[in-house]
Design a protein around this ligand. Structure first.
Ligand SMILES: Nc1ncnc2c1ncn2[C@@H]1O[C@H](COP(=O)(O)OP(=O)(O)OP(=O)(O)O)[C@@H](O)[C@H]1O
Ligand SMILES: [Zn+2]
Length: 637
């Protein structure tokens, strides 16, 4: 996702992942750990505001001491540096043999996928990014939520392929410690909630835990059989934020490691052309010397410009690298056509409500929370906080989970982050509530309700893709609502765009157009309003300018409408388009005659200067052949 396109997150730069002279990450890979904390850092930029709590922000990259490339020795063999043919790292000649052994059996530099920082809002890239990817937005007004409650339901079928995360909410199965994901096993709730974002910790490792997307990954699908046979073609994974693109790449990485394939990742947001060249030349070495294949994962591939994409082309073509690109943007526009034709495009869908429920239930189990059904009673939370809140069990309303699954709009990261935030906040507050469950038990516990979950979600469910289709859909909906004089709908679509991080000037420009196209001479002041709104937005920017746009939008929704001029002008253009042969000359009497020659040619002859006449002047202004034409007559535009 995007979004100056989205600066959603900034992965560690390729230099740090694969720079042969930097050994830290290779070390991490050798020891089989994910190294994701260290991978998730990056320099912040353009911070505006955020709702991301401290705990959910990625830790800054710890300063890693660089190992010297030359050991301080007394001389001899060790002083000579040689370059490893696999990882291109320079090291003392005496070390090359043991190094080669380990290098060959390692997953390779940068083998692990970069971790992502939590995205608390599915908003457009770069819009209101905190640090490099905060994207958090201000708190939502509750009316927005109420709209989302109507008509729940999802098209997609749910369920994990492996059955470990069914959508059912079997309360009996939800016992602390049960179904605990390995990533979280053996930790206290407080530990589980701290540190790495839940979404990151619960990222599935196997297709069995990968929920939904049956259309492309179901039992009989081509992709699944290719994955099972470890025959990975070059792929472009296209889908909305948080639907599992990176996760799928991660799963492919895991499974392809088994047959020795290297997996290298690059983020198009931070990688430089040199990084790409490094990866390619390493891949060539691997292939030539050790017949090892390389899969190159490029996140946000649409962020590479077309010529950068061209760099891969020959290497994808000749099989040096297998490319897996992830993008939230329609690849037909954003990905180089030649590259596209060499990749299989996999369209991932927004996760359905049921799939989201399955993902959330897995998280609930991992956290050891207990689900409170509709029939279970609870009284108001006791006031005063308990200092030993960590000793109480944590309950979450079933309704809260439904709501969360619904509101996160198919974005699993938003859903999991929302859950984490809500639980974290409740545990921190430490307020307990007396509970009576349908099973007859009564106990004190910490309760997470629907309201808490909504707070946790903030506005993160407002999905808005500033560069993509949503951008055009929403502006079209705004235009049509104003045209239909529906001030409520007009304000709603305006808010959808602005809250989603739309550029206010883009909206303002559309208002200027609307003022003439749809209001026109019915209220000529509308144009002044629009231009003033544009300038106002230009002066003060978001968020202060939102009310300027709101005022203008409501003015326009309420204004009388006239397309008289718009239509007439359309008719004139049509007339010009339909004209056969040379266009008629400008009538001589309408021509100016600044020179004697022109006067002699008859220019301006017979022209009646209107102010000289008391009575209305009879005079033709149109060319002869159009005499009497009326463009203001209603016609199809
Ligand atoms: N299909 C899925 N099954 C289970 N968990 C999922 C699925 N999709 C996403 N998740 C969860 O959501 C988190 C974010 O997903 P992921 O990073 O794969 O999204 P993405 O499609 O790459 O999004 P983006 O476009 O924002 O990069 C994962 O860490 C994982 O916990
Ligand atoms: Zn090496």
């Amino acid at each position: 996702m995007g979004l100056s396109q989205r600066t959603k997150y900034s992965h560690i730069s390729m230099k740090e992942q694969v720079d042969p002279k930097t050994r830290g990450l290779v070390h991490v890979a050798h020891h089989g750990t994910q190294g994701q904390e260290t991978l998730a850092a990056g320099a912040g930029s353009g911070a505006r505001r955020t709702t991301a709590p401290e705990g959910l922000r990625a830790a800054p990259l710890p300063a890693r001491p660089r190992e010297p490339t030359m050991e301080p020795t007394e001389g001899g063999e060790e002083e000579r540096l040689v370059r490893c043919p696999v990882c291109l790292r320079e090291l003392p000649a005496a070390d090359i043999n043991p190094h080669l052994d380990s290098c060959l059996h390692a997953d390779g530099p940068g083998a692990d996928l970069p971790s992502k920082r939590p995205r608390l809002a599915g908003g457009p890239p770069g819009s209101q990014a905190e640090g490099q990817e905060g994207e958090a937005r201000p708190a939502a007004g509750s009316p927005v939520f109420s709209h989302f409650h109507k008509g729940r339901g999802g098209k997609q079928r749910s369920g994990a392929a492996g059955g470990s995360s069914g959508a059912g909410r079997d309360k009996a199965a939800v016992q602390p410690g049960h179904g605990c994901s390995a990533a979280l096993c053996g930790e206290s709730l407080a530990q589980k909630l701290e540190g790495k974002p839940l979404a990151e910790r619960l990222r599935p490792d196997t297709l069995g835990d990968y929920v939904g997307q049956e259309r492309v990954l179901g039992a009989q699908t081509l992709l699944r059989s290719l994955l099972e046979s470890h025959e990975i073609p070059s792929l472009i994974l296209w889908g909305p934020p948080g639907c599992g693109k990176t996760t799928l790449a991660h799963i492919i990485a895991k499974s392809s490691k088994k047959n020795g394939t290297r997996f290298v990742t690059l983020s198009a947001t931070s990688a430089k052309t040199n990084d790409v060249r490094d990866v390619i030349s390493q891949a060539q070495n691997e292939k030539r010397l050790f017949k090892r294949k390389t899969i190159l994962f490029i996140d946000e591939i649409h962020r590479f410009n077309k010529s950068q994409q061209d760099t891969f082309l020959p290497h994808v073509e000749c099989g040096t690298v297998t490319l897996i690109g992830a993008t939230t943007e329609n690849p037909s526009f954003q990905v180089n056509a030649a590259l596209l034709s060499r990749c299989r495009v996999i369209v991932l869908e927004k996760l359905s409500v049921e799939a989201m429920e399955a993902i959330l239930m897995r998280a609930v189990r991992s956290l050891g929370l207990q689900v409170l059904g509709q029939g279970d009673q609870h009284s108001a939370p006791a006031t005063g906080s308990s200092s030993k809140s960590s000793e109480f069990p944590v309950y979450i309303e079933e309704k809260a989970l439904n709501t969360l699954a619904y509101l996160c709009d198919g974005d699993a990261r938003t859903g999991l982050n929302g859950l984490q935030l809500a639980v974290q906040a409740r545990v921190a507050a430490g307020k307990t509530t007396p509970l009576n469950t349908t099973k007859g038990g009564s106990a004190d516990g910490i309760l997470v309700t629907e309201e808490h979950v909504k707070e946790g979600l903030q506005r993160s469910h407002i999905l808005y893709d500033r560069a993509g289709e949503e951008h055009y859909n929403c502006i079209s909906a705004l235009h049509k609502s104003m045209r239909g004089s529906d001030e409520n709908a007009s304000l709603y679509w305006l808010a959808r765009m602005l809250e989603g991080g739309e550029d206010p000037l883009y909206v303002a420009r559309r208002l200027v157009r609307f003022a003439s196209e749809d209001i026109g001479l019915a209220d000529p002041l509308a144009l002044t309003q629009a231009v003033a709104a544009y300038q106002g937005c230009h002066f003060i920017g978001m968020p202060e300018c939102e009310v300027i746009l709101a005022q203008c939008v409501v003015y326009f929704a309420r204004a009388p409408k006239s397309i008289e001029v718009y239509r007439a002008y359309g008719n004139v253009k049509e007339c010009l388009r339909m004209h056969k042969g040379p266009l008629p000359p400008v009538p001589l009497h309408l021509r100016n005659a600044p020179t004697r020659l022109m006067k002699n040619l008859g220019y301006g002859k017979g022209y009646k200067y209107n102010p000289m006449y008391k009575e209305p002047v009879q005079q033709d202004y149109l060319p002869e052949e159009l005499k009497g034409a009326d463009f203001f007559k209603e016609r199809e535009i």
